[in-house]
Design a protein around this ligand. Structure first.
Ligand code: FCB
Length: 458
C-alpha cells in the first residue's frame, strides 16, 4: 500500500504510449437489469426490493424509479445493434430474478426467460459474448418479506432460481457470475440502509453477507452440475484501504475497514474462512452463530474466474474520541463494529460521485488478489466514472470520462505486465441508467448522441 502522505499522482500511468493487450482479451461493457430494463410490471415480472424501495418516499433522489429506466426491455434489438456498432466483444448483463421467477419461488416464468433468450441470441448473432450475472441486487420482494438475505433460506431460494436460469440459458452462455458486489447488498442494504431494502442493523448486514456467499456457493454447485464446461465466478467490489498517516491508530483503522470491505468476502470465497481479526472486530455485533458446519466449504466451492469491480480507494484514520464521523447520507454506518473510523479525503480530483480518482489503486487491487489469494483468471467486471456532462450540438464532450478510462486501462495493462492473469475489462456502463439511490442524476455512460435524447425516464 502506498503512503497517503505522498498520494500517487493522478494520471501518473498516463504515458500516452500505445498499449497492446493479450490476444483474446475480452472487451466489454456492463449493465444491470433494474438499472436499464424498465417494464417493471410487464411480462409477469413482480416487484423486487428495488421497486419497493424506489417507490418509498425519500429513498431515491427526487423519487426516481426504474419503472421505465432505459426501456431496454422494449429496445433490446436496437441496443444490441448499438453494442455491435461500438465493437463490443462481450456484454455483461444481469437477469432480473422476479422477471424469471416471480415472487422468488416456484416455476419459471416463460415470458421472462424468453426475454433473456432473445437477448442472448441477438448477442451471439452479433458476435458478442454474453456474460450473465445472476444477482445484481433485485431480490424478489416476497423473499425480503420472508426475512431477506439475513434469513438462511434465501440462499437456498437463490440456488433454485439459478437452476431455472441454467436450464434455460446454459446451452448458450459460457460466462456466469453469481453475485454482483455482495458488500453492497449486505452492508448498504441491511447496514446503513441507503440501498434496498433499506434496513439498518449491523448483525443483519453480517448475516446477509454470509447468506449471499452461501447462495453463491450453492449456485456455483448447481451451475457446475448443469454445465460442467461453463466459466463460473463472482464479482466483488474491492478497494485499496490506506491509512491516512503512519500512526498505529490509522493503520488499525485501515485493517478494520479492509476487513469489512475486502477480506469479509475474499477470504471465505477464496480461502474458506473468515479472517480472525474481522471476527474479533465484529464481536460486539454478532457471534457468527449463523455460520453452520459446512457453510465455508460450500462458499469456497472452486471457481474458474474472479470478477473485480474497481472505482476508488478508501483512505481512513483512527477515531477521534468524542467525535462522530459525518453520517453517510443521513444514514447509520456502513461499517458495523467500526462505525467511528474516519474516512479522509486527500483532496485529489473526484468524479461526480465524489469518489477519488485513483488509477494506481487498480494495479494494487488486481495484484493483491492475484498475489495473496488466487491464480485464477481475473476480469475487471466494472470500472468507470460519472461526470456532469453537457449536450452541445447533440454531442457530449466527456474528456474527463475519457481520461478516467485511459488511466485505468493503462493501470490494467500495468497489472498484466506485473504478472496478473487479467483476461478482460468491462466499462461501466453501456449507457446512462438508474444509478440506484441517486436515480438518474449520475451519468456513467459513454456513447453517442442518441443516448442523450428521449431515453431518460421521468
Ligand atoms: C457499482 C454497481 C453498479 C453501478 C456502479 C456505478 O457499485 O455494481 O450497478 O451502480 O457501481
Amino acid at each position: 500500500m502506498s503512503n497517503p502522505a505522498t498520494p500517487p499522482a493522478v494520471g501518473v500511468l498516463d504515458e500516452r504510449a500505445p498499449l497492446t493487450f493479450p490476444p483474446g482479451f475480452l472487451w466489454g461493457a456492463a449493465t444491470a437489469a433494474y438499472q436499464i430494463e424498465g417494464a417493471a410490471a410487464e411480462g409477469g415480472r413482480t416487484p423486487s426490493i428495488w421497486d419497493t424501495f424506489s417507490h418509498t418516499e425519500g429513498r431515491t433522489v427526487a423519487g426516481h424509479t426504474g419503472d421505465v429506466a432505459c426501456d431496454h426491455y422494449h429496445r433490446l434489438g436496437d441496443d444490441v445493434r448499438l453494442m455491435a456498432g461500438l465493437g463490443l466483444k462481450s456484454y455483461r448483463f444481469s437477469v432480473s430474478w422476479p422477471r424469471v421467477q416471480p415472487g422468488g419461488s416456484g416455476p419459471a416464468n416463460a415470458e421472462g426467460l424468453d426475454f433473456y433468450r432473445r437477448l442472448v441470441d441477438e448477442l451471439l448473432a452479433n458476435g458478442i459474448e454474453p456474460w450473465l450475472t445472476l444477482y445484481h441486487w433485485d431480490l424478489p420482494q416476497e423473499l425480503e418479506d420472508a426475512g431477506g438475505w439475513p434469513a438462511r433460506d434465501t440462499a437456498a431460494r437463490f440456488a433454485d432460481y439459478t437452476q431455472l436460469v441454467a436450464d434455460a440459458l446454459g446451452d448458450r452462455v459460457q460466462y456466469w457470475t453469481t453475485l454482483n458486489e455482495p458488500w453492497c447488498s449486505a452492508f448498504l442494504g441491511y447496514g446503513s440502509g441507503v440501498h434496498a431494502p433499506g434496513r439498518s442493523d449491523g448483525a443483519d448486514a453480517v448475516r446477509a453477507g454470509h447468506h449471499l456467499m452461501l447462495g453463491h456457493g450453492l449456485a456455483v454447485q448447481a451451475l457446475r452440475a448443469a454445465r460442467p464446461a461453463a466459466q463460473l465466478g463472482v464479482t466483488v467490489n474491492l478497494y485499496p484501504v490506506t491509512p491516512a498517516t503512519g500512526s498505529p491508530g490509522d493503520s488499525d483503522a485501515a485493517r478494520r475497514i479492509d476487513g469489512l470491505a475486502n477480506r469479509f468476502f475474499l477470504d471465505p470465497i477464496l480461502r474458506g474462512q473468515y479472517p480472525d481479526d474481522l471476527v474479533a472486530d465484529l464481536a460486539k455485533v454478532t457471534d457468527f452463530g449463523h455460520v453452520r458446519d459446512g457453510d465455508l466449504a460450500t462458499i469456497a466451492t472452486p471457481l474458474d474466474l474472479v470478477g473485480v469491480n474497481y472505482y476508488s480507494r478508501h483512505v481512513v484514520a483512527a477515531p477521534v474520541p468524542g467525535e462522530q464521523p459525518e453520517p453517510y447520507w443521513r444514514a447509520p454506518s456502513n461499517w458495523p463494529g467500526s462505525e467511528d473510523v474516519r474516512f479522509v479525503s486527500r483532496g485529489v480530483p473526484v468524479t461526480d460521485m465524489d469518489w477519488e480518482i485513483d488509477a494506481p489503486g487498480l494495479v494494487e487491487t488486481l495484484r493483491r488478489v492475484h498475489e495473496e489469494y488466487t491464480d485464477l483468471p481475473l476480469y475487471v467486471t466494472e470500472n468507470g466514472s460519472a461526470f456532469v456532462d453537457a449536450v452541445i450540438d447533440g454531442q457530449v464532450d466527456d474528456a474527463e470520462r475519457l481520461a478516467y478510462f485511459d488511466a485505468h486501462l493503462r493501470a490494467a495493462h500495468q497489472a498484466i505486465s506485473a504478472g496478473v492473469p487479467l483476461r478482460g475489462y468491462f466499462a461501466w456502463s453501456l449507457m446512462d441508467n438508474f444509478e440506484w439511490a441517486w436515480g438518474y442524476t449520475k451519468r456513467f455512460g459513454r456513447s453517442g448522441p442518441q443516448r442523450w435524447t428521449g431515453r431518460t425516464a421521468s
